[in-house]
Ligand binder design. Structure first.
Ligand SMILES: Nc1ncnc2c1ncn2[C@@H]1O[C@H](COP(=O)(O)OP(=O)(O)OP(=O)(O)O)[C@@H](O)[C@H]1O
Ligand SMILES: [Mg+2]
Length: 365
């Protein structure tokens, strides 16, 4: 059993709160991604599991035991760092065997384990080479190999792909997913790249300023972001946000924003009851901004936007509109040709609106 749990873990460095009351369970054999912007505490969280930092408060649990007082070398975890830190004067083989030699693993066993890891990672033909004679991707695999030979029950990976170019990253990402399947080990993978997180993680845990914002499957996090932070961090181009006023008219709740009025459905109105007459932030994904929107309510349920910029990325185009004092980004089919300065009606289907409390930033539903 190699589940990993953070139980109300806090880590201070002087005045800095690097990890803030984090409670999170990583299941046995799960591939969990820790995602968040630079400085949010991802590496610190990993280092707490590895035993390289001690929590200020709370418990770190591996399997069934609290490991706060267990030395790093006795935790049976392996960490792959962002800068692989290979020994430049040693061959690939020796780099991979080094940790085992330190642990006084028998020579024959050591040899077996290195060969096995090299086979898994396709490094058989490179075992005699020095790191400087390897490509970035190959070095990356050696760093992984060095961790694999230790047979850890938990793998900690701190942005292991950040030194690779875009194409190699996509390829290595897939290899890692396959490797996880083969190894059947718990993996905690850190990244600040939301696309990487979404494509790799069985579950993604989003951290902001040391605190857990949301944990869930990529689709769940995308479709039901729990807070304004998650909503704005996940998705590219980012979600559009509108400040709206809510008013009840003839028993119907209406959201007023930028000169448009959006009648809301009964379920939405119920959820927003506490804010009625008040203010709300409406979030809309760029793919849910519609052109030439026709509704029974007529032209009032749309914003008037002027095309500002058009970015075509091959299979789709991202179009920025100025709508009053806000900017709206739409993700559109390339079939539709648009001119800068053109004025259009931008529709929003209320069914695709996300609502957030402007004070707490929390989702309302
Ligand atoms: N040893 C330390 N002493 C003081 N402050 C530290 C120490 N280690 C980390 N911090 C601070 O704790 C916070 C979290 O750092 P951490 O390295 O965990 O962030 P991160 O999410 O891994 O960021 P990045 O994506 O840039 O690697 C930062 O504000 C950082 O400056
Ligand atoms: Mg880091």
């Amino acid at each position: 059993m190699s589940r990993v749990a953070f139980d109300h873990v806090t880590k201070h460095f002087g005045d800095v709160v690097a990890v803030d009351d984090l409670s999170l369970e990583v299941h046995d054999k799960e591939f969990l991604v820790l995602l968040g912007p630079s400085g949010c505490g991802k590496s610190t969280a990993l280092r707490l599991v590895a035993g390289l930092e001690e929590p200020t408060k709370g418990s770190v649990i591996i399997g069934d035991r609290i490991v706060n007082d267990v030395e790093a070398k006795n935790r049976n975890v392996a960490m792959v760092f962002q800068n692989y830190a290979l020994f430049p004067h040693m061959s690939v083989y020796d780099n991979m065997a080094f940790g085992l030699r330190m642990r006084r693993v028998h020579r024959q066993d050591r040899h077996q384990k290195v060969l096995e890891a090299a086979r898994m990672l396709g490094l058989q033909d490179l075992l005699r080479r020095r790191p400087r004679a390897l490509s970035g991707g190959e070095r990356q695999r050696v760093a992984l190999g060095r961790a694999i030979v230790r047979d850890p029950s938990v793998f900690l990976m701190d942005e292991p792909l950040s030194n690779l170019d875009a194409k190699l990253r996509v390829q290595t990402r897939r290899e890692l997913i396959k490797l996880h399947r083969q190894l059947e080990t718990t993996v905690i993978f850190v990244t600040h790249d939301q696309v990487e997180a979404m494509t790799m993680g069985a579950r993604v845990a989003i951290i902001h300023e040391g605190a857990l914002q949301q944990v869930g499957h990529p689709q769940e996090v995308y479709q039901h972001p729990a807070s304004l932070f998650v909503a704005s961090f996940i998705g590219s181009p980012a979600m559009n946000f509108f400040h709206a006023d809510l008013q009840l008219q003839d028993g119907q709740l209406i959201a007023h924003c930028g000169g448009a009025r959006f009648p809301l459905a009964e379920g939405q109105a119920r959820a927003l009851a506490a804010l009625r007459g008040g203010k709300v932030i409406i979030g809309v994904r760029p793919e849910h901004i519609l052109l030439d929107w026709e509704t029974e309510e007529g032209s009032e349920a749309c914003l008037s936007g002027v095309v500002d910029t058009v970015e075509s990325i091959g299979h789709e185009q991202h179009v920025t509109f100025s709508a009053g004092d806000t900017t709206v980004v739409a993700r559109l089919d390339v079939g539709r040709s648009l001119r800068e300065g053109e004025r259009l009606r931008l529709g929003i289907d209320p069914a695709h609106m996300h609502f957030f409390d402007p004070d707490s930033g929390q989702r309302i539903e």
